[in-house]
Design a protein around this ligand. Structure first.
Ligand code: IMP
Length: 228
């Protein structure tokens, strides 16, 4: 899945002469994701540009799997910008709810796909759905997909998973989305109580990004900084 593609297959200006990624469009309008991913990618020297700043609207996410949604979003952003595209599809999966909200996490409280997204409404619906539930276990899941171009036949794919449980009372002011209700396993703090650097060390997105970076090194799309 991550064998090298000849640099000439990538759009001009987005890769170095050596074929290394330089400028990548992030297929998301989520400011929380952008912040975290820019920090995670900083060591690679890649400039991560939010699709909204390039006039790219959100792609539809009609699929039942994170992977299909991420691939669709990455191709959409790449097609409209000519840049390599990176997409994150992620969500919180709660055992007592059969894995919901899952791929619907961003729109859990929305009646229709057109309705505006709201973290507060999503959290309220989640806490209500778990009223009286003895099992509060949950995990965050993240899949990352990078395409060199819209029709890249070899998307680079990575994922990560972060265990915890859902608490009824919100705690902390950091992060975004479900973070104030996600008590991280073994840490005694919610994700919103972690500073940005700590969340970016342990989170589902951090784990997926480490996996992705190893694959990008293997594919010779970023430099190997380990010296090996
Ligand atoms: P997506 O844009 O379809 O991938 O939706 C992701 C949604 O999952 C976000 O809008 C959040 O509701 C939730 N989510 C994903 N990652 C996180 C996280 O790190 N913290 C809190 N909520 C998250």
């Amino acid at each position: 899945m991550s064998a090298p593609v000849h640099p000439s297959a990538a759009p001009a200006g987005s890769v170095s002469e050596q074929g290394l990624l330089r400028r990548v469009v992030l297929a998301s309008g989520n400011a929380g994701k952008l912040r975290e991913m820019q920090a995670l990618l900083a060591p690679t020297g890649i400039e991560l540009v939010a699709q909204g700043t390039l006039g790219v609207p959100d792609a539809p996410e009609p699929y039942a799997t994170f992977l299909e949604n991420a691939l669709t979003k990455a191709r959409h952003a790449s097609r409209l910008t000519g840049l390599p595209g990176l997409a994150d599809d992620s969500g919180v999966c709660v055992s007592a709810l059969g894995g919901a909200p899952g791929v619907r996490s961003a729109r859990y409280a929305c009646e229709t796909d057109e309705a505006p997204r709201s973290d507060a409404a999503n959290n309220a619906r989640l806490i209500e759905a778990l009223t009286g539930a003895p099992d509060r276990s949950a995990y965050f899941y993240c899949v990352l997909v990078l395409v060199r171009s819209a029709d890249d036949p070899q998307p680079v794919v990575a994922d990560g998973l972060w265990h915890g449980e859902i608490v009824a009372e919100p705690r902390g002011a950091g992060g975004f989305g479900y973070d104030p209700h996600f008590l991280v396993a073994g840490m005694g703090r919610t994700a919103a109580q972690l500073d940005a650097a700590t969340k970016n060390q342990f989170s589902h997105r951090a784990q997926a990004m480490r996996d992705l970076m190893a694959r990008l090194v293997q594919a010779r799309l970023i430099a190997d900084r380990t010296g090996s």
